[in-house]
Design a protein around this ligand. Structure first.
Ligand code: GDP
Length: 427
């Protein structure tokens, strides 16, 4: 059956959580393969409304196996708190496996993230302060802690000493802060290890066996293509690859098994944090779209910050689909546009007086101006549509135009945050 990657084609917050929760019904495994608790996947289902940060979005389906892969940034506090919350709210205990190779986000990573943002002041990147950049910096500097190391006291003490050596200098001399006490850190981590131990497994072996048995795996991406460190709006990017191409690495499955890449695309733009955002809206127009967008407004699921809002940006979304290698699109939030007489869409960029269809490097992107065109609106509530035929003609044309412009078939149209508010496009 292979692996389907569910990934964002824009800046994140496209609705990947809703689509993963929906498609998990027909899958056996749901794997988070990159990023950490800076994710905020909003899910509405029979148990209520949830913002998942660390858990895979398959946890609401009893019997499905959920995996935190080796490529993810494991925030143990966030994960354990989410498991407690699910239990409190009546969700059956999910089947969860954590890769014994996954590395841990430590309190010192969160501390450094915050101190660096404060040091940068007005030049900050708008980090979610979940410790993600310091975590991945340590991982690639070979200083990180694999979760299995929490079960070995001697090894943990050695690894922690290596990790903290350069941090002491940084904390003291760059930030003027006392370094945390090593023995206290070790004791806390040993306790974390005891709590996580029941979930640890060689998830790579589990997934490889599952594939041999013909089971179906969903690889759930976090953030979106434009936040990818190699292909996105660097340095306003995140610290791990947000692309489907990274799914085999971060999940631990063979690359040839990724047979479908579902790019989740929102029909307008939103982004959290700093960086160029060509089709950005301001003031009342932004406020209105923000208020109407998503489920209960477009506010960060992790930070609660108001998201920056913009019209749909064809150039950015097409590029996002290309670098994702999209084989299909889930077009979300179509219902949100029902208040507009005419729907502005950014179809090209104008950079230094010239029009372009290309998504350029960040320096040029910062000089880009949007070329807008207006499409007819439909001016009604479409949240009860369940087939394409239920949509007003203008909404159908909008979907067709997006499909043509992006060059990828639209497989799902989402007309509300709930599972059932989805059109399966059998065309
Ligand atoms: P993710 O990180 O990609 O999972 O996206 P978020 O959960 O951060 O943001 C998507 C927002 O849109 C959430 O509030 C969802 O509940 C909501 N949502 C998803 N699909 C739809 C839709 O089709 N219509 C509406 N109105 N809201 C949606």
């Amino acid at each position: 059956m292979g692996v389907q990657a569910i990934v964002g084609a824009q800046w994140g917050d496209e609705g990947k959580g809703k689509m993963t929760d929906l498609l998990a019904e027909n899958a056996d495994w749901i794997v988070r393969y990159q990023g950490g608790s800076n994710a905020g996947h909003t899910i509405m289902n029979e148990y209520g409304k949830f913002a998942l940060h660390m858990l895979p979005s398959g946890v609401f389906h009893p019997g499905k196996s959920n995996v935190i892969g080796p490529g993810a940034a494991l925030d143990a506090d966030s994960l354990l708190a989410e498991l407690d919350e699910l239990e409190r709210r009546g969700v059956p205990k999910p089947k969860l496996y954590i890769s014994d190779r996954a590395q841990l986000v430590l309190p010192v990573h969160r501390l450094l993230d915050r101190l660096e943002e404060e040091r940068l002041g007005g030049r900050s990147f708008g980090s979610t302060r979940k410790g993600i950049a310091p975590f991945y910096a340590d991982k690639y500097a070979k200083l990180g802690l694999q979760v299995s190391e929490l079960l070995d006291e001697t090894r943990l003490a050695e690894r922690l000493e290596r990790l903290m050596e350069p941090k002491r200098v940084l904390l003291e001399h760059l930030y003027g802060q006392p370094a945390p006490d090593l023995s206290g850190m070790a004791a806390e981590l040993l306790e974390t290890g005891r709590r996580l131990a029941p979930f640890l497994a060689d998830t790579t072996a589990l997934l490889q066996h599952a594939l041999r048995r013909g089971e179906r795996i969903l690889a759930e991406g976090q953030l979106g293509a434009l936040r990818d460190p190699d292909h996105g709006i660097y340095p306003f990017s995140t610290s791990s690859s947000t692309l489907a191409g990274y799914a085999p690495v971060g999940a631990g499955v063979p690359a040839r098994e990724i047979t479908e890449v579902l790019a989740v695309v929102k029909v307008y733009s939103s982004c959290v944090g700093a960086g160029p955002f060509v089709s950005e809206l301001h003031d009342a127009e932004a406020e209105e779209l923000r208020r109407r967008g998503g489920s209960g407004g477009e506010y960060g699921a992790t930070t609660g910050r108001p998201r920056r809002m913009g019209w749909f940006d064809v150039t950015a979304a097409r590029y996002g689909c290309q670098v994702q290698g999209a084989t299909g699109i889930a077009l979300t939030n179509l219902d949100v546009l029902g208040y507009l007489d005419e729907i502005p869409v950014c179809v090209q960029y104008e950079i230094d007086g010239e029009r372009t269809d290309e998504f350029p490097v960040t320096g040029r992107l910062q000089r880009a101006k949007p070329v807008l065109t207006n499409l007819p609106g439909w001016r009604c509530d479409i949240s009860r549509a369940r087939t394409l035929a239920d949509l007003p003609r203008e909404a159908r044309s909008y979907v067709e135009l997006v499909e043509q412009a992006l060059g990828v078939p639209v497989q799902y149209v989402s007309v509300g945050p709930e599972r059932g508010q989805t059109i399966f496009c059998h065309r």
